[in-house]
Design a protein around this ligand. Sequence first.
Ligand code: OAD
Length: 236
Amino acid sequence: MLVLTGAGVSAESGVPTFRDANGLWESHPIEQVATPEGFDADPRLVWRFYSERRRKAKTVQPNPGHLALAEAEERMGDRFLLVTQNVDGLHRRAGSRRLVEIHGSLFETRCSECGRAPFPDDREYLGEVPPCEECRARGRGGLLRPAVVWFGEVLDPAHLQRVSAFLEGARPERLVFLAVGTSGVVYPAAGLVHQARDAGGEAWLVNAEPADNARAFHRFVQGPSGTVLPGLFDWA
Ligand code: OAD
C-alpha cells in the first residue's frame, strides 16, 4: 500500500490546512513566505512565519488518523510506504517510519547557499536571521532557512526515486494507493495517483471534500480522516 497524505490528515490535531477557509494561504501570501524569492526579499518575515509554525506544531498531538497509518505500517511492513506533504512531524511522532517527507520538515534547517545537509532544529528565529556558520567560516554570506520545499523548488530526487522503486517492486494485483486529506492541486504529489494506477494499483481517496483530482480515483470516502481511517483498516 502506498499512502499519500496532505494537510487534512493533521486538521483534527489542530494544524491549519492551506486552502480551506482560514487556511494558511489566506492570511500569508505564498510568494512572500513560501518561495526562494520571498526569502531573498524578507528573510525575517519568512523566519517569523516558520517559527510560529514550529511553535504551534510542538503543542499538537497525532490524531487517530496518524495512528491508524502507523498501525497499518506495523502490520504490512515493507509492503507499506507513507509519502507525506506535511512538514509538521506528526506522522513520525505517531510511529510511522517507512516515511518520505517530500516537502521537507518544519524541524530541520539548512543553508540558503551552501549544500550542507539539513540538520535537526526546533529553534524559533524571531530577531536577526541566523547566518550559516559553515559559510561564515569560508567568508561567505549564506543564511539559514527552513528545510521545507518552497514553490518553484524541486523535490529531492532521492525521495521520488524511493516512491518509484516502491511502485516498481509492488505486485499490481495487491497494490492500493490511498490519498488522504489533500486537495490534489500541488504537483508532483497530485500526480502520484496516476503513477500508482499505471503500476496497476487501485486508487482510494479519503477527504473532507472532493479533491481537484478526485476523478482519477476508483473510490472516494468523504469524511474526516481521524474518523474514517481507523474504520477503513478494519484489522479485526
Ligand atoms: P490543502 O490545504 O490544499 O488541502 C487540504 C485538503 O484536506 C482539502 O481538500 C480539505 O477538504 C481536506 N481536509 C480538511 N480537513 C480534513 C479532515 N479532517 N479529514 C480529511 N480531509 C480533510 O493541503 P495539501 O493538499 O496538503 O506545500 O496542500 C499541498 C501542499 O500545498 C502543501 O504541502 C503545501 C501547500 O502549499 C508547500 O508548502 C510546498
